[in-house]
Ligand binder design. Structure first.
Ligand SMILES: [Fe+2]
Length: 402
């Protein structure tokens, strides 16, 4: 396994990256749909200009490319931002008849594309077609003065898609049609001598999809058959049920675990599941949260809070519970440091992880972020689900949606 060009931008060694996002070795020879890595998380938002500035100011991301009316894209603006190996693209509608605005009217701010870098677009599409996937964009070349990309797209849950891109013959800042852009936002100083600010996150760890009641297994099968993803972990029923709300979740991953997609569906409980609330306000299936890997979650959370990012509260009882203390054992910081920041901790047979969840980022109670620091654990915080969901329900109740 070697670092991808995007991963090299995170200034991490392969060993550090493996630990950070839980990578595993695998043999790509028999993979019908080899995936190199996640390429980008693409959002449609109500105001891409301000969203791009917000992500630079509050999440410390760097602007690196732009496309809009000034360079030939009449009806929308897109800003490409980076933090380490993670790339986000924010698109907003410019003209009143822009289809981007139709999408936004229905779904609000949200993720439209979980793009993946693949070494052979045509091979992936041939396999996807044979397995019955919907091909949204047929493989084709796009070129500019920086070279050529091969690109295609397949449909997944809701109105979400997976663009597949081979950028091995391309050296531009993002894709043909985009021009290089740079951040004008002033940065905090990084570690002494580094010459650059320290990032708040280094990589995308996983992207979670919420799908309709009874459809989770259908989408797990889709990822198994079409993308050759394997099942990682499974949470069902009581694992993540509280008194009022419940969900079921399964996780699929690419061979090397660079791309990990947990899939949730609501489960029947006394009151409305948080997944039902998402499905109602997003108007269908969609991406629920994106987990961002950091190697210093305490520092990241302190700065993000200072920058105005709001996190879910964790009850003090979570930390004072002797069962929790026994379950998690020794972690790298005193538990009081975690309690002060509301950071959750979970341990499994491979190690432990620290994690925290933001409140929804937009106006609708839909997409949010997780920040995660892995120490050997390849899990998703199963032991925290109940404590977390009880915290989410208090928020849901405050919005009158429980
Ligand atoms: Fe997560």
């Amino acid at each position: 396994m070697t670092l991808t060009p995007d991963e090299l931008k995170a200034d991490l060694t392969l060993e550090q990256l493996k630990e950070l996002v839980g990578l595993v070795e695998y043999d790509a020879a028999n993979d019908p749909f080899p995936v190199t890595a996640q390429d980008a998380v693409c959002f449609v938002v109500g105001n891409a200009t301000q969203t791009a500035t917000f992500y630079q100011l509050a999440l410390g991301m760097e602007l690196e490319a732009y496309r809009g009316p000034e360079n030939g894209c009449r009806d929308s603006k897109s800003y490409v931002l980076r933090s380490g190996s993670a790339r986000f693209v924010f698109t907003g509608g410019v003209t009143p008849d822009s289809p981007v605005l139709d999408h936004h009217r229905k779904h609000g701010d949200g993720v439209v594309d979980l793009a993946m870098e693949v070494p052979d677009v045509d091979r992936c599409i041939d396999h996807a077609r044979a397995m019955g996937a919907t091909i949204l964009v047929e493989p084709h070349d796009e070129s500019d003065e920086h070279g050529t990309v091969r690109i295609a797209a397949i449909a997944t849950y809701g109105e979400t898609r997976h663009t597949l891109v081979d950028r091995s013959r391309y050296t531009g800042p993002y894709l043909p049609g985009y021009v290089a852009a740079t951040t004008k936002v002033a940065r905090r100083e990084g570690p002494a001598g580094s010459g650059r600010p320290k990032r708040l996150f280094q990589a995308v760890d996983h992207c979670v999809g919420n799908v309709e009641l009874g459809r989770m297994d259908e989408w797990v099968t889709f990822y198994n058959k079409v993308l050759g993803f394997t099942n990682m972990a499974e949470f069902i029923g009581d694992d993540i049920a509280t008194d009022y709300s419940a969900l079921m979740s399964k996780v699929v991953a690419s061979g090397n675990h660079r791309v990990k997609f947990p899939l949730n569906e609501p489960a029947i409980a006394k009151k409305k599941s948080q997944i039902d609330e998402y499905l109602e306000f997003y108007d269908g299936a969609g991406c629920q949260h994106i987990a961002l890997a950091t190697n210093d979650i305490l520092r990241s959370v302190d700065i993000l809070r200072d920058n105005g990012i709001e996190f879910l509260d964790t009850p003090d009882s979570y930390y004072d519970d002797p069962e929790l203390r026994a379950r998690i054992g020794e972690v790298r910081v005193p538990i009081e440091e975690l309690k002060r920041r509301g950071i959750l901790v979970d341990r499994d047979e491979d190690g432990y992880l620290l994690q925290i969840f933001t409140k929804p980022m937009g106006d609708r109670p839909t997409v949010f972020y997780e920040f995660i620091e892995r120490h050997g654990s390849l899990g998703f915080g199963k032991g925290n689900f109940k404590a977390l969901f009880e915290a989410i329900e208090r928020e849901q109740e405050a919005r009158g949606n429980l």
